[in-house]
Write a protein that binds this ligand. Structure first.
Ligand code: PMP
Length: 441
C-alpha cells in the first residue's frame, strides 16, 4: 500500500510562517482550508504579483504552483483585476441574469469546440457532479467509469482510487474501491467502476461486457493528478470510438487542462470531441468559476428543469467578469499567450532534463510545457501503478531543496507555467534546479 501523491515539501527558514501556522491551528482545522494543503509546506503568504510570491518572513519564491493551476496569467494580473474592480460597483448577485453571463458564454463557446451549451458554477468538484448526473439522466443508465489516479473532486461518489493504495496490475477489473476519506459513504460510489487508464484492453473488455449499464466515462485527458502522464497514442480517440459505439457519454475533466494546454483545452490539442467537459482553474485566472459544457441535446436536460444544477453564487459578477477578462487575454493577438506558455515551459522542461543529465539523476520530466511533472524513476511511467513505483522520498527532498532555493512547484511535483514568467525567471529557476539536484543524487 503506497500513497504516491503525498510527498511533503520542506520549509525554508520561515519562523513567521511557522508561528502563523501554530496560531492558525488553534482556530482553523489543521490550519488550512483545503485538505490538499495539509501535505504542503505550511507557508503563509502576504502577496503574489506576476510569477512571484512573498511570504510573511519576506522570502520570495518563483511560483510554479500558481494556486494549483488557476493563475495562468500570473498573480493579480492587471487585465483581470481591473475588470473585476470595475464590476464591483454594479453589484454581485441578482438571483437573476446579467448581460455579462451571455457575453462570457459566447466567448467560452467560441474557444471550446465541443461546447454548444454551457452552465457556469464555482468549483470543479460541483461541475463534475452535474456532469455525472446529466449523463445518467440522458442515457437512463446508472454507472460511471473512472480511472485509477484521476481526481474529480472531493465528493463521496467519486473520491475513490485517486491516491493510494495502489491496486496490483493483475487485480480484477473493475478495481476494488479504495475510499479516500474517513466518513465517506461506500454506497455513494456503488455505481462507479474503476479501471486502469491508458489501457486499451481494459476498457474494451469492461465496456463490451457491461455497456448496457454504463452512462459515462469520465477521464482527465492528461493525467495530471498523478504524475504528468500523457495519453498513449490514439487512447483518447479510442475512448471516443468505444463510447460512441455504445451510446455512452464521454466526459473530459478539463479542470486542469482547460484553457491551459490550449485555448480549446486538451480536446483541441488531441483533436477529440467529448460529449461533455468540465472546466475550472485557468478559466477564472485565479477567481472562482467553473463550467460544464457540451452537446446541446444533453445539456438541454438542464434547460427544462428535468436535471437539477443549482447554486446561489453561480455566475456572480466577480467570477464572470474575471473569466471574461481572462479569456480575452488568452485569446488576444492570435493566442500569443499560448505561444509564450509553450516556449517558456518548453525551455524549462529541456533545462531541467539537461540538469538531470549533468548530475546523473534519474529525474523524469513528463507532461506538456504549460503543465508538467518531475519525479525520480528509471522505469517507464504510463499509468497509476507504474507511477507509484517512483522514488517519492527523493522527490520530497528535491522539492524541499527547490523551496529553499526560492522555487515553488506544487507539493506533489507538478509545475504550472504562467504568461507572467520570463526567460530570466526560467534561468534563475534552472540554477536552483541544479543546486537542488546536487543534493538528491
Ligand atoms: N477535477 C480535476 C481534474 C482536478 O484537478 C480538480 C482539482 N484539483 C477537480 C476536479 C476539483 O476541482 P475543485 O478543487 O475546483 O473543486
Amino acid at each position: 500500500m503506497s500513497t504516491p501523491n503525498e510527498q511533503r515539501a520542506g520549509t525554508p527558514p520561515a519562523p513567521e510562517s511557522r508561528h502563523y501556522h501554530e496560531l492558525a491551528k488553534e482556530r482553523i482545522a489543521g490550519g488550512v482550508n483545503s485538505n490538499v494543503r495539509l501535505s504542503a509546506s505550511p507557508i503563509c503568504f502576504v502577496s503574489g504579483k506576476g510569477c512571484r510570491l512573498t511570504d510573511v518572513d519576506g522570502n520570495v519564491y518563483i511560483d510554479y504552483a500558481l494556486g494549483m493551476g488557476p493563475n495562468i496569467l500570473g498573480h493579480a494580473p492587471p487585465a483581470v483585476t481591473g475588470e473585476v474592480s470595475r464590476t464591483l460597483d454594479i453589484g454581485q448577485l441578482f438571483a437573476g441574469q446579467h448581460p455579462l453571463e451571455l457575453e462570457l458564454a459566447n466567448k467560452f463557446c467560441s474557444c471550446v469546440k465541443s461546447a454548444e451549451l454551457v452552465r457556469f458554477g464555482l468549483s470543479g468538484s460541483e461541475m463534475v457532479q452535474a456532469a455525472m448526473r446529466v449523463a445518467r439522466a440522458y442515457t437512463v443508465r446508472p454507472e460511471v467509469i473512472k480511472f485509477e489516479g484521476h481526481y474529480h473532486g472531493w465528493f463521496d461518489n467519486i473520491l475513490i482510487n485517486n491516491s493510494g493504495p495502489v491496486a496490483d496490475e493483475d487485480d480484477p477489473l473493475p478495481r476494488p474501491h479504495y475510499l479516500q476519506s474517513a466518513g465517506q459513504s461506500p454506497q455513494a460510489s456503488a455505481d462507479v467502476a474503476v479501471l486502469p487508464w491508458n489501457d486499451f484492453e481494459a476498457i474494451d473488455r469492461y465496456v463490451s461486457a457491461n455497456a448496457s449499464k454504463i452512462a459515462a466515462i469520465i477521464t482527465e485527458p492528461v493525467m495530471l493528478n498523478t504524475g504528468g502522464i500523457l495519453p498513449k497514442q490514439d487512447y483518447l480517440q479510442h475512448l471516443r470510438r468505444v463510447t460512441k459505439a455504445h451510446n455512452i457519454v464521454l466526459i473530459f475533466d478539463e479542470v486542469i487542462t482547460g484553457f491551459r494546454v490550449a485555448l480549446g483545452g486538451a480536446q483541441e490539442l488531441y483533436d477529440v470531441e467529448p460529449d461533455l467537459s468540465v472546466f475550472a482553474k485557468a478559466l477564472g485566472a485565479g477567481f472562482p468559476v467553473s463550467a460544464l459544457a457540451g452537446r446541446r441535446e444533453i445539456m438541454e436536460l438542464f434547460a427544462d428543469g428535468r436535471v437539477n444544477h443549482s447554486g446561489t453564487y453561480n455566475a456572480n459578477l466577480v467570477s464572470i467578469s474575471a473569466a471574461l477578462a481572462g479569456l480575452r487575454e488568452l485569446s488576444a493577438d492570435n493566442q500569443a499567450a499560448y505561444k509564450r506558455l509553450n516556449a517558456l515551459g518548453g525551455t524549462l522542461m529541456e533545462g531541467i532534463a539537461a540538469a538531470a543529465r549533468q548530475y546523473g539523476a534519474d529525474l523524469q520530466i513528463s507532461g506538456l510545457p504549460s503543465a508538467f511533472h518531475t519525479c525520480f524513476a528509471s522505469h517507464p511511467i504510463h499509468d497509476y501503478t507504474s507511477y507509484s513505483r517512483a522514488d517519492h522520498n527523493r522527490l520530497g527532498l528535491f522539492l524541499a531543496a527547490l523551496l529553499e532555493g526560492g522555487v515553488r512547484p506544487t507539493g506533489r511535483g507538478t509545475w504550472f507555467v504562467s504568461t507572467a514568467h520570463t526567460n530570466s525567471d526560467i534561468a534563475s529557476t534552472l540554477e536552483a534546479v541544479g543546486q537542488a539536484l546536487k543534493r538528491c543524487v
